[in-house]
Write a protein that binds this ligand. Structure first.
Ligand SMILES: Nc1ncnc2c1ncn2[C@@H]1O[C@H](COP(=O)(O)OP(=O)(O)OP(=O)(O)O)[C@@H](O)[C@H]1O
Ligand SMILES: [Mg+2]
Length: 291
């Protein structure tokens, strides 16, 4: 473990709502300047965890350190250094885009320029619209703008691109990449695994309030994720796939059989399991313990 202080350190975090334990002993660290993805099914405990780190929820047990501070004590310095996209927010419905951003800018010591931030999230032309009149995706862009306006050192993005059209999602990815290049630490939750793969340096997959896997998007899932997947359509058009450590041998056998039988292997492809494949494998009800 490096001696440099991480941006976030979570040790054995627990959170119960009544008798229901939503977070059951989470531990992870996020290095400064890292993009860290929290993945997991609905109800896994992602928002609960993120909101504890933001100081929005009290924890039941465990240690949490954010930029060296305890968010549970709601220290002012932390508020000034952190930007947040909540999973659901409809706070400033009667303010225009420009008014909401100007208001938030005034809360930070060194805010980003309002017009620049509007351009950054692609809300040009909507500056004077009240936020309640924005479309769902435009509201989400405003949420992202509100998180960026303080020019924070640390960003929490809880499903920041949900509802974005494909262009807006790619534009948000570019924004997140450029923030990373500037050294911003980013904690991102998403259900879009291509997004996690594109943006995150490391991801943790959470299920039932526990980390079930952690690592880079490429390496998560261990050796299994390094296998090749050979897929093709059989004579009935059904998709078949086999995972193997020896794709050459397998391909030779499969194509040999097909040639001998005079069959075509339509859509024949060799690929590596995507993060999505690994995710589905790890979070499905019948977890394969042989991994
Ligand atoms: N305020 C609350 N009171 C009671 N239970 C809650 C509360 N907030 C969340 N929960 C429960 O805690 C669990 C974790 O919820 P959480 O919102 O953290 O999940 P999530 O991983 O963010 O899911 P999603 O992907 O759907 O956003 C769920 O079972 C949820 O019902
Ligand atoms: Mg959530």
């Amino acid at each position: 473990m490096s001696t440099i202080q991480p941006a976030i350190r979570v040790t054995d975090l627990k959170k119960s709502y009544g008798s229901h334990e939503a977070v059951s002993g989470l531990s992870f660290e996020v290095a400064k300047g890292e993009v860290f993805g929290l993945l997991g099914p609905n109800g896994a405990g992602k928002t609960t965890t993120v909101e504890i780190l933001e100081g929005y929820r009290a924890r039941t047990a465990g240690e949490v350190e954010v930029l060296g501070l305890d968010p549970g004590k709601r220290p002012r310095e932390l508020r000034e250094q952190v930007g947040i996209v909540l999973q659901s927010s409809a706070l400033y419905v009667n303010l225009t885009v420009r008014e909401a951003l100007s208001h938030f800018a005034s809360l930070y010591p060194t805010p980003r320029d309002v017009e620049e931030t509007i351009a950054l999230v692609g809300l040009e032309g909507k500056e004077d619209s009240r936020s309640r009149t924005l479309s769902g995706g435009q509201q989400r862009r405003l949420d992202l703008a509100l998180a960026l306006i303080g020019d924070p050192e640390l960003l929490f993005l809880d499903e920041p691109t949900t509802g974005f059209d494909p262009q807006a999602r790619r534009a948000a990815w570019e924004t997140i990449r450029s923030l990373r290049a500037l050294g911003t630490t980013i904690v991102l939750t998403t259900h879009y695994l291509d997004e996690a793969q594109a943006l995150a340096d490391r991801v943790a997959i959470i299920k039932d309030g526990k980390v079930v896997a952690e690592g880079t998007p490429e390496d998560i899932g261990g050796a299994k994720a390094h296998r090749s997947r050979v897929s093709w359509r059989d004579e009935h058009g059904a998709l078949q796939s086999v995972d193997t450590d020896m794709p050459t041998k397998l391909l030779n056998e499969l194509t040999g059989e097909a040639l001998a039988a005079g069959r075509e292997m339509a859509d024949l492809k060799v690929s590596r399991p995507s993060l999505e494949d690994v995710y589905l494998d790890l979070t499905s009800e019948t977890v394969d313990e042989s991994v």
